[in-house]
Design a protein around this ligand. Sequence first.
Ligand code: NG6
Ligand code: CA
Length: 528
Amino acid sequence: MAKQLIFLNGQTEMIYKKCFIMNKNILILALFLTAFTAAGQVKKKSTGNHPNVIYIMADDLGYGDLSCYGATKIHTPNMDKLAASGIRFTNGHCTSATCTPSRYALMTGEYPWRKKGTGILPGDAALIIPTDRTTLPNMFKKAGYKTAIVGKWHLGLGDAVAKDWNGEVKPGPNEVGFDYSFIFPATADRVPTVFLENHKIVALEANDPIAVDYTKKIGDDPTGKEHPELLKLKSSPGQGHDGTIVNGIGRIGYMSGGKLARWVDEEVSSTFLAKAEGFMEKNQKEPFFLYLALTEPHVPRMPATRFKGKSGLGLRGDVILQLDWTVGEIMKQLKYLGLDKNTIVIFSSDNGPVLDDGYEDEAVAKLNGHMPAGPMRGGKYSALEGGTRVPFIISWPGKIKPKVSDALVSQIDVLASFSAFLKQPVPAGDAKDSENLIAAFLGKSDQGRSVYVEQGGALAIVKDGWKYIMPNKGAAYDKLVGIETGNSLEPQLYNLNKDVGEKHNIAVQHPEKVKELDELLNQVKEKK
Ligand code: NG6
Ligand code: CA
């Protein structure tokens, strides 16, 4: 529909919306008549028992990055509105302090550290989600939902690293339960920098095939290493973002060909938005589950031109404004389609924040006192709270009473919670770490998990507010990214109820607690 006009300019957008509202009654009447003349083909809108569910995942957004979570140097009105209309969790978590493992847990309901090969994947990795097990999307599908992923995937594609990117690239999201997929394979800073729609690279020309390599340079494209003068965003020294240059940005890895198919970073976000809006519109008459995996504020931070310079905090702040705007557009689309009262929107982030993650984009220099992790210590890559405690918001207007909840909840619990809600039993052995927290998710209870394992470099376990980080080798401070990792050869014990900033390691004072939590962590690890 004409909704695509939204990207022309603000004025066109306004005009379009006014026309839409004026014509809405006529439209409703027409839809009503069409529905009843096409007897037998009438599809039911989602109902209270089967509301639509949109899960929006930000990439590397920290606990303190939104104004509804206390940020004062950046203003995120759309996120604030979402939080004010639903539950804002103060103790909401991803499982891991990086992307692939967190997303693995969201999809499978299983702690990622149980399985080898669930660390940050290169862009040519094979699919790591099993295709014969219960997943979040195939559970929704079984319950009669239309399912889609739009955005970042980062869980591998195909059966092997060596694959032909020019044919059907599978198995992937469609094989683990998504009816529709529009994705990029890994991260915005990794090749191949292309979109895939249901197995196929978008806009790939037969006479310009794509090849991808993570071991050596291929093709004639300049690399960031050989030609730093060609870069519009400089790579940070020593972080490896100096492979093939695409759109003036050096990437991790090398690619050749597919010139027309390569994305323009400034358009990635609006492309995902358009695809998400299209899916919502097309499936407005049946319940749908949409996993919208946005790329902000992951590197390379390169927003649409109209957001550049808007935050005053450099490009990292600018892409957070773009993220906020995008969420606002999703909410508007729900309203236009008349689905706002019947859609649960969940918003969270796949790991904590990082400033310098590979590019010299002034994230550090222009921070201006902003605290991406809020009061938490650590960030991305860290076993400290900043690694996994992230924004976590659930809204369902009319059904959920707005509030702030301190319940300990995790993305890993979405699968068991919604399978209980939709009465879709999970076969024994599947989703074994996922807990049914639907009462907490819908605001009927303040009781979350009592035990939870967090993954940075080290594993940590939280029980009733006590947190134990097991001894782990490795630097306590990652100099490249400027983040405390939580690694220490000594056991660490924190009382999060009194010390959310993990300032006081009280392991020496409480040896019995250390022992109890160490044993408990081992028990969880051994759970069959
Ligand atoms: C790291 C990259 C970082 C980022 C991250 C993945 C280096 C030195 N750093 O390995 O730039 O791409 O992987 O981020 O290569 S994540 O959010 O997808 O986990
Ligand atoms: Ca991430």
